[in-house]
Design a protein around this ligand. Structure first.
Ligand code: ARG
Length: 452
């Protein structure tokens, strides 16, 4: 590449500083698929003969196999994955290889590779996301009748079902799924033919290339096509949000696995010991997941910061998008795998959860709503029950006289308020945790998650 314009080779220090092949080699399959589609377009306008095209395809397939087998020799002085593959091809097949880059720039080539990579990785992550959703659903089905105290501000608030909590995680992951699908749609645009930034006098059948590579659309502006990393941003944001959801879930499990809570216990296979304290069982898998959300957010900020200062079209800064992207993909893929394996082995301490969920104080709101049913305005009812709760007695231990002294709207039927399962049955609006709603939600998810 330097042969014409430059009189000397790049300094070794500069080469080491600027090479990307140590990490962008990960794109080799996509790079080769793109080159084959490009070669096919060159052949169809007569720039490559049928023989040359065949040699290129055969050569690239050979290289692909060697890379997959680990026998391909990468050369950092050739800078990136694109030039390594092109140089290896030309070395093997001669002049035909030297024709491959006609009408193409590495600027549209890397844009293509990244879009192909993003599409593929989204598909793989969606599969793992689905697996985790299924693991959550199975857990919800298995423990569909287990009561638990619900918390706000980490203070015991109202009773609910453990399954309701698990289904909440499913909802969040479903939004993640939608975000990934949306990101995929935006990545699904074919940039080849944009050249460095202003297209090429070699006019290629771009729609044909798009079709060969399974793209829905082609880019409509060559400057935008080589500048655009929005889809990487969308992807990194989607991945960061998955990380944030898993971090929150982790935090819940970490808290609930303390002896103070005692709601859940991680299986030995997914817990760690202390190097010092023999009695300890630590929730490291959940803690690592919580910590790695920080990395995912960092990777998003990395990309946005790179893009923020750039002028239009390709700038070498864009090379810095890749490690952030690859790291987020790896981090989320492994976290989803971990959770899908860890959840089925989680021990649920039903007795402990239910003994706390049965705390009558958690039904203080229900008691106020009971008064509302007797015609007391809610604010007034709230104050009446607040006073009763402040008395220090359990609400269900108050005598009829004590109730009556607080408000003569209380009747004998006030006792029914303190039946937790009944209290949950009455929460029947869509989205609330009545047993009927939970069964309906479980059925809905089962249908939704059925393999398409
Ligand atoms: N390795 C480069 C990247 O990752 C490929 C494009 C290089 N283009 C260029 N004009 N130097 O962005």
């Amino acid at each position: 590449m330097r042969e014409g314009r430059f009189s000397s080779a790049a300094s070794e220090i500069a080469q080491r500083y600027s090479e990307s092949v140590s990490f962008d080699r990960r794109l080799y399959r996509h790079d080769i698929a793109g080159s084959i589609a490009h070669a096919s377009a060159l052949a169809s306008i007569g720039i490559l003969s049928a023989d040359e095209f065949e040699m290129i395809v055969r050569g690239l397939r050979e290289i692909e196999n060697e890379i997959a087998a680990g026998t391909f020799v990468w050369d950092a002085s050739l800078e990136d994955v694109h030039m390594n593959i092109e140089a290896a091809l030309t070395k093997r097949i001669g002049p035909a290889g030297a024709k491959l880059h006609t009408g193409r720039s590495r600027n549209d080539q890397i844009a293509l590779d990244l879009r192909l990579y993003t599409r593929d990785e989204i598909d793989r992550i969606v599969t793992r996301l689905r697996a985790l959703q299924n693991a959550l659903l199975l857990l919800a089905q298995k423990h569909s009748e287990v009561l638990m105290p619900g918390y706000t501000h980490l203070q015991r608030a109202q009773p609910t079902y453990f399954a309701h909590y698990l289904l909440a995680q499913l909802e969040a992951l479903e939004r993640d799924h939608e975000r990934l699908r949306d990101t995929r749609r935006r990545a699904d645009v074919m940039p080849l033919g944009s050249g460095a930034l202003a297209g090429s006098t070699i006019v290629l059948d771009r729609e044909g290339i798009a079709k060969a590579l399974g793209f829905q659309r082609v880019t409509q502006n060559s400057i935008d096509a080589v500048s655009d990393r929005d889809f990487v941003g969308d992807f990194l944001y989607s991945l960061a949000m998955i990380g944030i959801h898993l971090s929150r879930f982790s935090e819940d499990l970490i808290t609930w696995s303390t002896s103070e809570f005692g709601f859940v216990e991680f299986s030995d296979a997914f817990a760690t010991g202390s190097s010092l304290m023999p009695q300890k069982k630590n929730p490291d898998m959940a803690e690592l997941t919580r910590g790695r959300a920080g990395r995912l957010i960092g990777n998003l900020v990395t990309l946005l910061t790179i893009l923020k200062g750039l002028p239009s079209a390709y700038n070498r800064d864009l090379q810095e998008d890749k490690e952030a992207l690859f790291d987020s993909v790896d981090t989320v893929r492994s976290a989803l795998e971990l959770f899908s394996a860890m959840l089925p082995e989680l021990t649920i301490n039903r007795e402990r959860m239910e003994s706390l969920a049965n705390d009558p104080q958690l039904l203080a709101t229900d008691l106020a709503e009971y008064l509302v049913g007797k015609g007391v305005p809610f604010r007034e009812a709230h104050a009446i029950v607040g006073k009763l709760a402040a008395s220090g007695k359990r609400l269900n231990a108050l005598s009829n006289e004590e109730f009556r002294a607080a408000s003569n709207a209380f009747g004998e039927d006030v006792r029914e308020v303190f039946d937790v399962r009944r209290a949950l049955q009455r929460r029947s609006a869509t989205g609330s945790p009545s047993p009927e709603n939970i069964s309906r939600q479980i059925a809905r998810w089962r249908e939704l998650l059925e393999p398409e």
